[in-house]
Design a protein around this ligand. Structure first.
Ligand code: MN
Length: 228
């Protein structure tokens, strides 16, 4: 039996809808901009390859949490996103086989310190402190793929204090989930427990202290966060 010099950190996990079993989380990957603001021309693929950043697994926040307004920002933003949970790992996964690696899905909120992100972009610095801060990865209960199916379309909304701020269809993704998995698994070997935040549509904006922010996706329920 291994003896640790300090207490080993607990296994990070997420609830699974409809059961007391939990899903152990390994890493969190996120896709950069992934929704076209205008309809794409058909048959002419001028897409830039998707790009990725990460958040620490222990940045996860579950449904109905109240989180303190984070430090070092005056411009905390919501980003409503579909979250994919990987159940079976793999490297260089072909797009046609990607869905077999997916365990389930959830609504998520990629909380962002937008002012730090703007500064990082301007200075050509990493995004870590803009994206991977404490309590930055809001995620609802996972819905297993055998129940949810593999949603390639469906309404994704973000509401703040009941007012709709983002509303898009998952079908508007520039890179659909199987393509994201194909790209990401060529950069790193995906492992069971990895999460992928798949990008947010137009309409991002600021959250204030006291706000209640809900992300909902057809068939996947919703996740609500209050800013303390
Ligand atoms: Mn995002």
């Amino acid at each position: 039996m291994t003896t640790h010099a300090i207490p080993a950190p607990p296994q990070i996990s997420l609830p699974i809808a409809g059961t007391s079993t939990r899903f152990p989380v390994r890493r969190i990957f996120c896709v950069g901009r992934n929704y076209a603001e205008h309809a794409r021309e058909m048959g002419n693929d001028e897409r830039e390859p998707p790009f990725f950043f990460t958040k620490p697994a222990d940045a996860l926040v579950e449904d109905r949490a109240t989180i303190p307004y984070p430090p070092a920002t005056h411009d905390l933003h919501y980003e409503a996103e579909l979250v994919v949970a990987i159940g079976t790992g793999g490297a260089a996964i072909p797009e046609a086989e990607a869905e077999a690696h997916i365990w389930g899905y959830a609504p998520g909120n990629d909380l962002t310190r937008r002012d730090l992100q703007a500064e990082a972009k301007a200075m050509k610095r990493p995004w870590d402190m803009a994206k991977g801060f404490d309590r930055s990865a809001v995620c609802g209960a996972l819905v297993p793929a055998p129940i949810a199916g593999h949603p390639a379309q469906g309404r994704l909304t973000c509401t703040v204090n009941g007012a709709v701020r983002q509303s898009a269809d998952l079908a508007e993704m520039i890179w659909p989930v199987p393509a994201i998995i194909a790209h990401l698994s060529r950069l790193v070997e995906l492992r069971p427990g990895d999460l992928i935040y798949t990008g947010t549509p137009a309409g991002v904006g600021a959250l204030q202290r006291g706000d209640s922010c809900s992300v909902a996706i057809d068939g996947l329920g919703q996740v609500t966060t209050r800013i303390g």
